[in-house]
Design a protein around this ligand. Structure first.
Ligand code: MRU
Length: 389
């Protein structure tokens, strides 16, 4: 069975509640933009592409289940207002703002069309929102394919191991995943020796979600804490043939600086020190040419209690009691806490950025030119040729 973070059909949207994973698989109904905003803010759904898709579809189901004005401009204004609200749920991932910008353009042009009506504007909106769910899966399959080929080429044959961080799989997207899609592709090509996934403190997307996906798909994998990554590369790097660290992204700036889950930056530093490739895997909707460098990216800070408390089902030494969720304090009471959800990895530390149309590498000046990738069309770009254009 394929893991599905988002279940949509016209009029109905459900999200897998990721706060309950890995122990319980429960779907929550999302009936409105307000429900979508809360699901994103509370991390019941998360991951840059999934956030954008859930936000867009939450408004689609609201429109599908409401009595709308028959005036095209009124429906367009309502959609724009709700999209602006949805964008306020989480600030760092650009996919949501990018989706909102594209959807606003679609409804504005539908409202301006001849013989437009409230219904025609609403239909243009939810058709476009539904298409995002479909395109995300095919984009991820492209990312997986090109990323796996690139890593296999770096290793020059034989099986490879990789390290990944946070959760970038089916749970963070409409399906397949970005960095975890690369891991899936390596595995299905028969070239994966071992995937190492970090725990990803403080929210544990690695141990709760990525480990869950890896076990679910029977991919050979080992869990480490974030603080073990350098020791892993030093002590097991050559025996395990660790060729790359592959991670996702929440926003890639025009110069290649990349915001991703907190802890990504230290992984890039240790990759460079140990001569391991560092690959960013993201759809082009995550590239933001308007943001010139990492210094311009807003980093979300989350509540201190996400670091000082840990939640999970009660364990009596033998069994888990799924009916008893407990919160346990794991820090000294009164300590000050800093809890940034993301960090920025400078482009200097990144070897490649793989999107659905190929891998972008640095040019002869040691710079990423992401405009080429953004302007290229799928059909016109050959595998792995973006960096060479
Ligand atoms: O706080 P989260 O869980 O939403 O953070 C997720 C990440 O940082 C992912 O690496 C990123 O969104 C890419 S998901 C394909």
């Amino acid at each position: 069975m394929v893991l599905q973070a988002v279940r949509y059909q016209p009029g109905s949207l459900e999200i897998l509640n990721q706060l309950k994973l890995p122990h319980q698989e429960e779907y929550d109904a999302v009936r409105s933009a307000e429900d979508g905003w809360h699901a994103i803010k509370e991390m019941r759904t998360r991951g840059a592409p999934a956030i954008a898709i859930v936000a867009a579809l939450s408004l689609a189901v609201e429109l599908q289940n409401s009595t709308l004005s028959d005036k095209a401009e009124e429906v367009a204004a309502l959609v724009v207002e709700k999209l602006d609200y949805l964008v306020t749920s989480r600030p760092t991932a650009v996919n949501l703002a990018d989706a909102a910008r594209k959807l606003k353009k679609i409804v504005e042009s539908a409202a301006g069309a001849e013989q437009s009506s409230g219904d025609s504007v609403a239909k243009a909106y939810y058709d476009a929102a539904a298409q995002m769910l479909i395109s995300d899966v095919s984009d991820n399959e492209g990312i997986g394919k090109y990323g796996a080929e690139w890593i296999e080429k770096q290793a020059g044959g034989g099986k490879v191991s990789v390290v990944t961080h946070c959760n970038t799989g089916s749970l963070a997207t409409a399906g397949y995943g970005t960095a975890l899609g690369v891991v899936r592709s390596l595995h299905s090509n028969g070239s994966l020796k071992q995937a190492f996934c970090t725990e990803t403190r403080p929210y544990n997307q690695g141990s709760r979600l990525t480990a869950f996906e890896l076990v679910h798909d029977k991919i050979p994998a080992t869990l480490i804490t974030d603080s073990m990554a350098s020791a892993l590369l030093r002590l097991k790097g050559s025996a395990e043939r660790i060729t790359a660290i592959v991670v996702g992204a929440d926003r890639v700036a025009a110069n290649g600086d990349t915001a991703n889950k907190i802890g990504t930056y230290q992984l890039a530093i240790t990759a460079k020190y140990h001569g391991v490739k560092f690959l960013i895997a993201a759809p082009r909707t995550t590239i933001d040419l308007e943001t010139k460098s990492g210094a311009d990216i807003t980093i979300e800070e989350r509540a201190g209690k996400e670091m000082t408390m840990i939640k999970g089902p009660r364990f009596d030494g033998v069994d888990l009691d799924l009916n008893q969720q407990e919160t346990v304090s794991i820090a000294a009471k009164g300590i000050d806490v800093w809890n940034p959800a993301f960090d920025v990895t400078p482009a200097d530390l990144i070897d490649g950025i793989v999107t659905e149309i190929g891998v972008v590498e640095k040019d002869s000046n040691g710079k990423f030119d992401l405009t080429v990738a953004m302007e290229a069309h799928h059909e016109s770009v050959k595998p792995n040729s973006v960096g060479g254009l």
